[in-house]
Ligand binder design. Structure first.
Ligand code: QUE
Length: 355
């Protein structure tokens, strides 16, 4: 054991990654991403490593996201850290998506934002009775990045729009029901599962077979009872139409979603909606290039700093969004998030060429 923020070791046939900032819910730093990228590249070409297993240290979280307070402090000061963090993190997301061996994420505890990016693009996810999964970025004036553009529009029906706009928290059974995880294993059996996985032959089928011996069937996924309401209200063609639809429904579920959406950044909701619609038509790499443009734009705008300030720094939970209402958000403001960055696009050619 060491005090490194991320630890790597090979046990049996498995390359094991431990996200090791338990006091910060294993939130990702640039340092962690800079260590992860070359290690994954090395393990990709190491015949002794037949699969990768990634887990979080401590009892609370797999990974709560990016270290957004550091992004807030350095971004406000116009330091280079946020751009270096996002580009390295997004390059990790692509390498995980294209990783040629089973990449198994044990999504035990909190898995949000950047933690989703380190798990959902790999070959296999194990959810537990402690899993809490969300893409909560519209609440801090950001957008569901780390490949949200890719996986959200590929979820059943309008579920991805719903998750991306509301930041809805899912438990383990819901993750399995939506295909975000492939198995549900009680937390108490994870150590034994990890031990068993060290003997994998390196096929995804074998990972699934080993995991099934520890898994419980998912008999009740609460999200199933919400699916009809999600389709009724979140399949409309604009954020305004979604909000109008919810407002016209006096039911408890619709009103709860309306209340939740009214706390989110109006500009984030509109950029997120457009991002998910566009992402449904793009390759993974093009999704990440789009998100890189968006992140660079968010780093220049008010709402990301204001959201982190209100929810995570001052904790007053009263963000002053600009614009304050959906009606005041112009198409030009939204389109600016998607504008090319000549000479400054996300570099992925080296990663694509290797995989
Ligand atoms: C949206 C986010 C994040 C968030 C809350 C949001 C996020 C993140 C954290 C976080 C991480 C570590 C902590 C903590 C919060 O919260 O990315 O308290 O210790 O890392 O609404 O994207």
């Amino acid at each position: 054991m060491s005090d490194a923020e991320i630890e790597f070791n090979v046990v049996g046939n498995v390359g094991r990654i431990l996200l090791n900032r338990p006091k910060a819910l294993n939130a990702l730093t640039l340092n962690m991403c800079q260590l992860l990228l070359p290690r994954l590249r090395a393990w990709k070409n190491d015949s002794a490593v037949k699969a990768v297993v990634v887990a979080g240290a401590g009892e609370k979280a797999f990974c709560a996201g990016g270290d957004v307070v550091r992004l807030y402090e350095d971004g406000k000061a116009r330091k280079p850290y946020p751009r270096e963090f996002w580009s390295t993190e997004y390059r990790c997301n692509v390498l995980i998506k294209r990783f040629p061996k089973p990449y198994v994420a044990l999504i035990d505890g909190i898995v949000m934002g950047g933690g989703v990016g380190l798990s959902v693009h790999g070959g296999y996810r194990v959810a537990t009775d402690k899993t809490t999964f969300a893409m909560p970025e519209t609440g801090i004036g950001l957008f569901p990045d780390v490949g949200g553009s890719y996986f959200l529009p590929r979820l059943p029906g309008s579920t991805g729009v719903f998750l991306g706009l509301t930041g809805k928290r899912l438990k383990g059974p819901d993750c399995v029901a939506l295909g975000l995880a492939q198995a549900y294993v009680p937390h108490d059996r994870l150590a034994a599962l990890e031990e068993a996985l060290t003997k994998t032959d390196g096929t995804l089928e074998n990972v699934a077979t080993i995991t099934k011996a520890f898994a419980e069937p998912v008999t009740h996924a609460p999200i199933e009872a919400e699916r009809a309401d999600i389709e009724k209200h979140f399949s409309h063609g604009s954020v305004e139409a979604i909000l109008d639809s919810l407002a016209s429904d006096s039911g408890e579920w619709a009103q709860a979603q309306l209340t939740a959406l009214k706390t989110k950044s109006p500009l984030s909701m509109k950029t997120t909606f457009k991002q998910i619609k566009l992402g449904g038509t793009l390759s993974f790499e093009d999704c990440m290039r789009m998100e890189w443009r968006m992140a660079n734009r968010a780093a220049l705008d008010n709402d990301f700093y204001e959201g982190v300030r209100a929810l995570l720094v001052d904790k007053d939970n009263k963000p002053q969004w600009k614009p304050a209402t959906l009606a005041e958000v112009t198409d030009a403001q939204v389109d600016a998030y998607f504008a090319p960055l000549p000479g400054d696009e996300l570099e992925l050619n080296d990663i694509i060429a290797e995989t």
